[in-house]
Design a protein around this ligand. Sequence first.
Ligand code: HEM
Length: 389
Amino acid sequence: MKRTRVSSGRACGGISVEADWYTESFAEAAQVLLSPETFSSADVLKARPSHKGLAGKLLAEQGLPYARTLIDNDAPEHKRFRQLIAPFFSNARVKSLREPARNFVRTAIDEVRPHGAMELVSKIASPLPLAMIGAVLGMSMSSGSLCQVKAWCDDWMALQSSSAPEGELVRCAQSYLSLQRFMSETLQNHDAAADDLLGALVRARSEGMLSRVEQVRLAMGVLVAGHETTTLGIANAAVAFVEYPQYHAAVRAEASARRAFVEEALRLDPPVQLLFRRVDRDTAIGGVTVAAGDRVAIDYACANRDAAQMGSDAQRFLPGPASRKAHLGFGRGEHACPGSTLARLEIELVLEALSGLPGLRFSEPPRRRAPHASLGGWDRIPLEWDASP
Ligand code: HEM
């Protein structure tokens, strides 16, 4: 364990975050993730520095009160929320989304193929995950409202960044409140009999299993967790795909090569780079004693590049070796990502489509997103290819 973050190449975001300790190996990160009775998730989202000042005042006065749901909760309460959403991420559910997702990607690529150029994030990496999480939730949105929801979610993510100026944080807080109102109204008008996640939340509320605040916060949490990370997952894998043309033929030809490529991209450039836990009792870890009340940052990016776990070539992009599948890109333990199968499917389908564009290359250098307390990846990827005459 270190008092400051260990650099891990491209994966580091370069932003200072509020933490007393940073994990610096795979073993330490795994120990934290697998010991929830010592390393608590409760309220980890509450203590954002950006939630102070004017933005915090606005949220306190006009927003719903804080309530723990999934990512910021511990057992046994956490289980109540997890069980509610789990059926909507089963293998069968994800399988039913394969064709809609594939059609989405094919249509988008068919539109741009003759032009020989596109900006991948705005064309596919951003709208695809939003459409898919919208389908899981049961939100039928016009493309206009999709854009609006996306903008609100982006502002919510920016709200978690302590480095933004206060005026910007206030604007982001207003977006967050708009999203809260939107989700609240959507839930009020949603069909209680619908076979989708919002339908399940409406039923759970009427059966007294959820408060209104929990219902809205849970739906918002799934909405944002389901697309912001996947957009980065697609983007980071796509950049690696362009950077390593030696894998293009295999990725095009074999599903197993596509899957291996996806895992390696998630390992070396994980969308979720840092997340936090609160120490509930003094504990020895990594040669130090962390004290009750300390805030620990789990450094997923460093864990995934740990040579002790991944081998001496851990820093190199080498899709394939089975051990690398054990990366921490989707977390581990009680909070392990429930959307990992859906996310992997979406990334795989995009790589499959990109592998059909001859001579694929960057038309301009891709751009890394602004540093964020937890997320990392590319947010602009201008591509070109040899368009057929
Ligand atoms: C590449 C894409 C994704 C990445 C890298 C990712 C990563 C993660 C990680 C690391 C966690 C663990 C958080 C913790 O330990 O505190 C997590 C939790 C979660 N993820 Fe994902 N995720 C992705 C996609 C998705 C998708 C597609 C969905 C939903 C459709 C989703 C929904 C969630 C939810 C609801 C949680 C909280 C689970 C809990 O606390 O029990 N994620 N994700």
